[in-house]
Write a protein that binds this ligand. Structure first.
Ligand code: BGC
Length: 452
């Protein structure tokens, strides 16, 4: 047995033959080649060029160089025995200005990625939107402009027609809560907008676009398996005091319920977060229905637990997260608490919605400060993290939850948004100077776990 790898007393078999095992990535975090072959600029290309936005001024101009060397990394997926590969489509490779002319080179590139995956017995799962909005559309208001529903739906149609004959599984968007919250309220992600005046219309137009994009897919590809993914936090109150419990409830509404509930036909959780009331201003006739779609699955993405406390000084929500650093708990490189029962609890929570038919864990993983020693990367903390979380997924499944898949975030170390390259989440280590890859102990463990 290799160092850092312990024997676990559960095996892949216990999850059943139809359980989908995979690895997840996102275009902007791995591809690089930001202006190759006719690609237009995205809001992340522009944001990373601004001073002070990204740790150490890093950019994703090269990232993992996946665009030029996708075969190298798909070979690694095969070597790790991973049967499903989730990746996202960069909108500006397909439609450089966001609307209008289609760029055949972009279509060719994703066709090559799909073909090479299939040749290697790997099933491609597509995320249509993982945060890299066309910059040209941001100039027109981005997600705050209601016309984006049509622009997005046209992009979805192009992808469905181009790739739908070979791709069965589709996810419309990745974590709307994060890209609207960080990008349109806090301003620490692209496009860097702040305040409720941006956040509220963005929430509504994103939710309408998720439903509309899914309907567009269904219209073109009646047999597609259609989902969308959500960031899911397991939230606990700081104490049993009524005001902390109520604060945790408000945080839960904002972080966990904001997007899924309107999509399921339950409306926005305005009662629990009165600051959301202003969203009604953006409603047009028919919207409550336009917000809904009957998804084949939802993707849930969980990394940690949050402890929430009442806070007089936090505007709109009067609740704040108690930092994991201040709680004397084990931490990842992101300063997130390592707490595997979180994933069990979020699976239970989302499984309880009557409208949720199937759950796939579309992301789970951890960043730790890996080091290369004699050409090897031993990462026992990540091995333990994955083992414990997978065990919790099994527990949820055995409890009768509708969970039928688990995807690790992520294949290779990559560009971690505003944090740059420091946090390493990969099963495979990347030397960003040389692009050399080293499979970490965690990658080896996952490969041996998946081996039939
Ligand atoms: C996102 C990924 C990100 C990961 C780790 C998720 O929020 O979908 O793009 O890299 O978490 O932060």
């Amino acid at each position: 047995m290799e160092s850092g790898i312990r024997q676990v007393d559960f095996s892949r078999k216990l999850f059943g033959d139809n359980f989908a095992w995979g690895v997840s990535t996102a275009a902007f975090q791995i591809e690089g080649a930001c202006d190759a072959d006719g690609k237009g600029l995205s809001i992340w290309d522009v944001f990373t060029g601004k001073k002070g936005k990204i740790a150490n001024g890093e950019t994703a101009e090269i990232a993992c160089d996946f665009y030029n060397n996708y075969k190298r990394d798909i070979d690694l997926i095969r070597e790790l025995n991973i049967p499903n590969f989730r990746f996202s489509i960069s909108w500006t490779r397909i439609i450089p200005n966001g609307t209008g002319a289609v760029n055949q080179a972009g279509i060719d590139y994703y066709n090559n990625v799909i073909a090479y995956s299939l040749e290697n017995g790997i099933e491609p799962w597509i995320t249509l939107y993982h945060w890299d909005l066309p910059h040209e559309l941001e100039l027109k208001g981005g997600w705050t402009n209601r016309n984006i529903i049509g622009w997005f739906s046209d992009f979805v149609a192009v992808c469905a027609k181009a790739f739908g004959d070979r791709v069965k599984h589709w996810m419309v968007m990745n974590e709307p809560g994060v890209f609207t919250g960080a990008g349109y309220f806090l301003g620490n992600h692209a496009p860097g907008r702040i305040g409720l005046k941006n956040f509220l219309p963005a929430i509504h137009h994103v939710t309408l676009s998720i439903a509309e994009g899914a309907k567009k897919l269904r219209g073109i590809l009646p047999d597609a398996i259609i989902g969308t993914t959500f960031s899911c936090s397991y939230i606990e109150p700081y104490s049993t005091k009524q005001r902390d419990v109520a604060a945790a409830n408000r945080a839960d509404a904002l972080l966990n319920r904001l997007f899924i509930e309107p999509l399921l036909g339950c409306g926005y959780p305005v009662k629990d977060v009165p600051a959301l009331k202003g969203i009604e201003k953006y409603f047009l006739t028919g919207d409550p229905h336009n917000l809904t779609f009957d998804f084949d699955f939802i993707g849930i993405q969980n990394y940690t637990r949050e402890i929430v406390k009442y806070s007089f000084f936090t505007p709109y929500i009067n609740a704040r997260l108690v930092k994991a650093e201040d709680r004397a708990v084990p931490l990842t490189e992101m300063k997130w608490e390592v707490y595997s029962p979180a994933i069990y609890n979020v699976i239970k929570k989302f499984s309880a919605y009557a409208g949720v038919k199937n759950i796939i864990v579309t992301e789970n993983g951890a960043a730790f400060p890996d080091v290369v020693v004699n050409g090897e990367v031993d990462d026992p903390l990540r091995v333990g993290y994955l083992q414990n979380h997978i065990e919790q997924v099994l527990k949820a499944k055995n409890d009768g939850c509708k969970v039928n898949g688990y995807f690790v975030w992520t294949l290779t170390d990559n560009f971690e948004w505003a944090e740059g390259y420091r946090p390493r989440f990969g099963l495979v280590h990347v030397d960003f100077e040389t692009q050399r890859r080293i499979i970490k102990s965690s990658g080896r463990w996952f490969a041996s776990f998946l081996k039939r």
